[in-house]
Design a protein around this ligand. Structure first.
Ligand code: ZN
Length: 689
């Protein structure tokens, strides 16, 4: 399941809004609490990354107990950072610690090109939580030589270096150099190539000494095809071979990652003691027992209680959650996100939720695949207060959880749109020149300036609160039937649902859109991004790998191909540059509906072959000529294709008796300081786990 959507497009679009304010910057700004003039959205820029800062409107005026609750949950959010690093690769923590020790202790020449490149490398691996790129999953190759690296390691007093268990520099270097410098060693964090053993050839630390076949057999033996409420098999463990037997090492308080989990639990216990209400207390308490036992039935229990707690103002995610990083789509990477509800902005999603059944009933999918009764789609707009694990520094703008299909079916899910992150993208992206370069004409640029933000937020709302929750599997269909294609197809389905309804008069009727043309802004931007501009995130010569990018490519290229004959939508050339041109928006909407019906059929029937064919034909391969053109045009704009964030800093204020009297928030920590502080303050795991 892929429930998180990332900010892929808007950051580009927003650049064109220079000087024009159509919609309010975001609903968050309606809350009277806005950053002062000294607030810096832009924090750092290196390689292909720009680091931004987000503001937390409304925090200062929360009641003290809620601020304190956010503080404890935020600490719990930061304690899991190293778990993610180790999940991404078993040598990540060693490499990071060696690099950080060099950064802090090397006394040699720091003005050289080599040193600058070393600094950039360290910033890059911080961004990726490991040595593989956070998005492309390709190994980040240092722009300094192995010889240089060895020389600076040896140039620092060994007493100041974090070599493992008294290991000498050479032993540590022997261990990490191949991964850092040899392009053939674990070139990808996750290998999805259809002809390879994706377990054996992936860099992630979810499997050791086992083949894909052995892992699949291991879990298939556990699964009961008649179980209507299966646990999320394998979500919280590493699979290893011990004495010739395949077995699991469970991530729990007295198991793997136990030291970090113990700290997480410690903060959760404090949070539980000042929970807003009994149901939230129960949510936190159940999560604690899951961390203690590692029992996935308890995890389901927690997920249900979490999904049903819709009344608390403060909310959080904390745990092994999304399965994007696992080639087999089972292992959850550790993540956390602490937030509180933005009451004003949530009115938008409440309208959508209240009409969920109407949307389900009127969708273009076959009635056999529709839900007779859409359950508990709760949706809200939130303000993020802290990002951790797999939500940091790169972060989602919308989330829909839990992932378990049967929990969604029987108990519903919770869906959120994150306003203050969108707002930061938008403020940082003004005046980039992006739309001037890639949009066909002023018509598209103006509709984007006028309705781009609104329709983009609505797209996220519809994708999260209705898209993922819509439709059903036919009885007996295995929810894993689409295997590696399941994730991009699930995102395709949710996006198509959102796109289809954006163009529906119902949205105007519900007061969500001001008129029946506004949706065009999102249609144009979506296809332009999916067919062209998202390629700025792919290296020339490479396939598209990431699930959301595959989905966007699939939809856009399918629609362009089907719409070409009648000139509904096409790729046109002008002055040697390619542009998306949409001539008939209503017909584009019909095409979205047709594809939605087919993708829903594939999911509902578990039609693996048809799903594979769609993804492979439209979602993976890249037109090399177009790709090069897009990269060249993009390079001319001098923008960073990826964004990450630094977190605010919260501090408890106590009186003479040690009683908490306030929680302050500040926004002045830079990227390097924050990463180094996290590494010293929240780092209790051994080098290797
Ligand atoms: Zn999604």
């Amino acid at each position: 399941m892929r429930k998180i959507i990332f900010m892929l497009t808007s950051l580009f679009l927003l650049g064109a809004c220079t000087g024009k304010t159509s919609q309010p910057a975001s609903n968050a700004s309606a809350e009277q609490d806005v950053p002062d003039a000294s607030f810096e959205y832009k924090v750092d820029k290196f390689a292909d990354v720009e680091i931004l800062r987000y503001y937390v409107p409304g925090f200062k005026t929360l009641p003290l107990e809620q601020k304190e609750l956010i503080y404890y949950l935020s600490q719990a959010a930061l304690e899991g950072r190293d778990i993610l690093w180790d999940q991404h690769n078993s040598l990540n923590l060693t490499i990071r610690r060696v690099c950080e020790a060099l950064y802090e202790n090397y006394m040699g020449d720091k003005s050289s090109e080599d040193w600058k490149n070393f600094e950039t490398y360290l910033k890059q691996i911080w961004m990726a939580n490991g040595v593989h790129h956070h998005y492309s999953e390709d190994k980040i190759m240092p722009k300094f030589s192995q010889e240089y690296f060895v020389s600076i390691v040896k140039g620092v007093d060994p007493g100041r270096m974090p070599f493992r268990d008294g290991m000498a520099a050479d032993e540590t270097l022997n261990e990490i150099l191949p991964l850092m410098f040899d392009p053939k060693v674990m070139p990808k964090r996750m290998n999805q190539a259809s002809n390879a053993d994706i377990v054996a050839t992936s860099g992630i630390n979810f499997y050791e000494g086992v083949t894909q076949k052995e892992v699949e057999d291991f879990y298939n033996a556990m699964k009961d095809p008649n179980d209507n409420t299966p646990i999320s098999y394998g979500l919280n463990s590493k699979v290893v071979k011990k004495d010739g037997l395949v077995t699991e090492e469970v991530w729990k308080i007295d198991g793997m990652y136990g030291k970090a989990i113990e700290r997480i639990v410690g903060w959760l216990e404090k949070a539980e003691s000042i929970a807003e209400n009994d149901s939230q207390k129960e949510v936190i308490n159940t999560l604690i027992s899951y961390y203690k036992t590692g029992d996935l039935k308890t995890y389901d229990d927690y997920s249900i209680k979490w999904a049903q707690d819709t009344l608390s103002r403060v909310d959080f995610i904390n745990g092994f959650t999304e399965v994007y990083a696992d080639p087999l789509g089972m292992k959850g990477t550790w993540e956390s996100l602490v937030n509180f509800k933005s009451e004003e902005a949530s009115k938008r999603t409440e309208i959508i939720s209240a009409n969920a059944q109407w949307f389900e009933d009127n969708s273009p999918m076959d009635s056999r695949f529709k839900k007779e009764e859409v359950k508990g789609v709760s949706a809200k707009v939130i303000t993020v207060a802290m990002l951790g694990g797999d939500c940091y520094p790169a972060t989602p703008i919308g989330i829909n959880l839990p992932n378990s299909d049967w929990i969604r079916r029987d108990h519903g899910s919770k869906s959120v749109t994150i306003d203050n992150i969108t707002s930061a993208y938008e403020n940082a992206g003004r005046g980039s020149g992006f739309n001037e370069e890639f949009m066909w004409s002023d018509v598209e640029r103006e509709q984007s300036a006028q309705y781009g933000i609104l329709t983009d937020n609505l797209h996220t709302d519809l994708h999260e609160c209705l898209g993922h929750g819509s439709g059903k599997l036919l009885p007996g269909v295995d929810s894993d039937a689409l295997r590696a294609y399941g994730s991009p197809l699930e995102e395709t389905r949710a996006d198509l649902f959102a796109l289809y309804y954006l163009g529906d008069a119902k949205l105007v009727e519900l007061g969500l859109l001001p008129n029946e043309d506004a949706y065009k802004a999102e249609y144009y931007k979506y296809i332009m991004n999916g067919a062209m501009t998202q390629l700025t995130r792919v290296q020339l010569g490479k396939d598209i790998e990431q699930a959301h990018m595959r989905n966007r490519s699939l939809i856009s290229n399918w629609v362009i191909e089907k719409g070409k004959a009648d000139k509904v939508v096409e790729l046109a050339e002008r002055d040697g540059k390619t542009f998306v041109v949409i001539n008939d928006y209503a017909k584009v909407r019909e095409l979205f509906g047709t594809l939605l019906a087919e993708v829903q059929r594939i999911k509902s029937e578990g039609d693996f072959e048809a799903g594979k064919a769609l993804v492979e034909a439209y979602g993976v391969k890249v037109d090399q000529k177009l790709h090069k053109e897009v990269l060249d045009r993009y390079a001319g704009l001098n923008l960073a294709p990826y964004k990450g964030f630094v977190n605010p800093v919260y501090k408890l204020v106590k009186n003479a008796d040690g009683k908490v009297t306030d929680v302050t928030v500040s926004y002045d920590e830079d990227y390097v300081t924050q990463q180094l502080r996290y590494s010293s303050q929240y780092s209790v795991l051994p080098h290797k786990n």
